[in-house]
Design a protein around this ligand. Structure first.
Ligand code: PNS
Length: 164
């Protein structure tokens, strides 16, 4: 059975991520979307919230599982016996970081964890979780960036700042 992991921060998941998830789920028998629990960052959504959001957003794709991990991706992949990480490439600006990450993961895992890149659909190439948060923070329209229920959750998070 071909399995892969799609790791990321997903704070929050965008249509760009969902495009990669759908396409990777057609390639692999099981796709595990795994949220990084990064204690150094202060995310908008907790890991539990991000997992819940991802589960809801992928509920129609039966071979997608949602999980979370802490620490190094290679250790998580080794525990779960996963040998392919999927990552999306939006533009050339992503490439340098992604190349470094992929090569580091391959080296650190002694060749056990390889990375497969899917290029993000052009209609989503401009999207990032950080820009979505910034637009929402200033009261802008994010309906073309994230599913409606996610947009509502983001606006709820920012409501106290905007009114108070
Ligand atoms: O959505 P992001 O923030 O671009 O995802 C980055 C992620 C989670 C894939 C990457 O930061 C990661 O795998 N972090 C876990 C720690 C790790 O394994 N680092 C790689 C050592 S070079």
């Amino acid at each position: 059975m071909k399995k892969a992991v799609y790791p990321g921060s997903f704070d929050p998941v965008t249509y760009g991520h969902l495009d990669i998830i759908k396409r990777a789920a057609e390639i692999f028998d099981v796709l595990i979307v795994s949220v990084l629990n990064n204690k150094d960052k202060t995310p908008l959504f907790s890991v539990e919230e991000r997992v819940k959001i991802l589960k809801e957003a992928t509920r129609d794709i039966p071979n997608v599982e949602v999980d979370s991990f802490s620490g190094l991706l290679i250790n998580y992949a080794s525990e779960k016996k996963l040998h392919i990480a999927v990552r999306g490439l939006r533009a050339i600006t992503d490439f340098e970081y992604e190349l470094q990450l992929a090569q580091m993961n391959r080296r650190l895992s002694n060749g056990s964890l390889d990375t497969m890149f899917l290029t993000t659909g052009l209609e989503y190439a401009y999207l990032s979780s950080s820009s979505v948060k910034e637009i929402a923070y200033f009261g802008g329209d994010i309906s073309q960036c994230v599913p409606d229920f996610v947009a509502e959750l983001i606006h709820e998070k920012y409501k106290p700042n905007q009114t108070g």
